[in-house]
Design a binder for this molecule. Structure first.
Ligand code: CP
Ligand code: NVA
Length: 309
């Protein structure tokens, strides 16, 4: 049975632990310059309907590090862009490549692709979720804190795809996720309900100061996600007051860490001072996309790492 990674809840706590451990090992192997070609001769198809810097480069370099190959596929250059159906494209690509990563506007389209493809499908971001980001974030926090159980992460701003994946991860990590969003941009109730049903501790409030109280981690993301561009003016208006600045940071636990999945709009969701400040770990997060996704691919395509050194 092939396994997909469309949501962070597609893996259990045990698998999460093992992927993070493998990612840390792969990071060490890369920095030592030791070959780690666990996917020699394997190929990853990467379909990007939307722009990307980190996801595209980290998956492509990751496959190259692992001895495999990644193909960047722009739907506009494929027959998909001329109306070929997802279910047909999925079955054909699965005959050529060992896994497919898709970044798409519609989460349902990624699910449809995964239903028809006989190879593992990875969600590289949809309107609903961004599980690869949260996988790398969890690795990043594990490097800092070790055990994550009982820590509190405060999400400040738009209740978007990255926020949704953080909410869903609450049960897996044992972290409390406290979201502060203006009413119109709260995460969807069904996501919160799903997280709580899985045992996650999740709260949603309007007041950022309430959410960040005693928080060990503050997280934010851009206020206008890809696909939301027409709502820019309303969003900037509604999200005023949800900036992570030094005043808000001072209300969290002393030495709280600040995260952002990037790209950032300094002066909107985060100030330049906080992003460049000593509590920011945004560059580690970005780097860990590479290591975490490599570990994920090795697991999905080859069943895991065969050697531990
Ligand atoms: N964080 C993230 O997914 O970045 P990209 O949009 O650059 O891939
Ligand atoms: N929420 C953002 C994340 C970008 C990585 C978006 O969907 O555009």
């Amino acid at each position: 049975m092939k396994k997909d990674f469309l949501s962070i809840l597609d893996i259990d706590e045990c698998e999460l632990e093992s992927i993070v451990a493998d990612a840390v090992r792969l990071k060490r192997l890369k920095s030592a310059g030791t070959a780690h070609e666990f996917l020699r001769g394997r190929s990853l198809g990467m379909i990007f309907e939307k722009a990307s810097t980190r996801t595209r480069v980290s998956f492509e370099v990751g496959m190259s590090d692992l001895g495999g190959h990644a193909l960047f596929l722009n739907p506009q250059d494929m027959q998909l862009g001329r109306g070929e159906e997802i279910r047909d494209t999925a079955r054909v690509l699965a005959r050529y490549v060992d896994a497919v990563m898709i970044r798409a506007y519609s989460h349902a389209a990624i699910e449809e692709f995964a239903r028809y493809a006989d190879v593992p499908v990875v969600n590289g971001l949809s309107d609903r979720l961004h599980p690869c980001q949260v996988l790398a974030d969890i690795m990043t926090l594990s490097e800092r804190f070790g055990d994550l159980h009982g820590l509190k992460l405060a999400w400040v701003g738009d209740g978007n795809n990255v926020c949704n994946s953080w909410i869903l991860s609450a049960a897996l990590t044992g972290m409390e996720v406290a979201v502060a969003s203006p009413p119109r941009y709260r995460p969807k109730d069904e996501i919160v309900d799903q997280a709580r049903a899985a045992g996650g501790k999740v709260t949603v409030v309007a007041d950022p100061e309430e959410a960040v109280r005693d928080a060990d981690v503050l997280y934010t993301d851009i206020w206008v996600s890809m696909g939301d561009e027409q709502e820019r003016a309303e969003r900037l208006q509604a999200l005023k007051g949800y900036t992570i600045d030094s005043r808000l940071l001072a209300r969290a636990s002393p030495d709280a860490l600040v995260m952002h999945c990037l790209p950032a709009h300094r002066g909107e969701e985060i100030t330049d001072e906080v992003m460049e400040g000593p509590q920011s770990i945004v560059w580690d997060q970005a780097e860990n996309r590479l290591h975490a996704q490599k570990a994920l691919l090795v697991r999905l395509i080859a069943g895991g790492m065969t050697s531990t050194e």
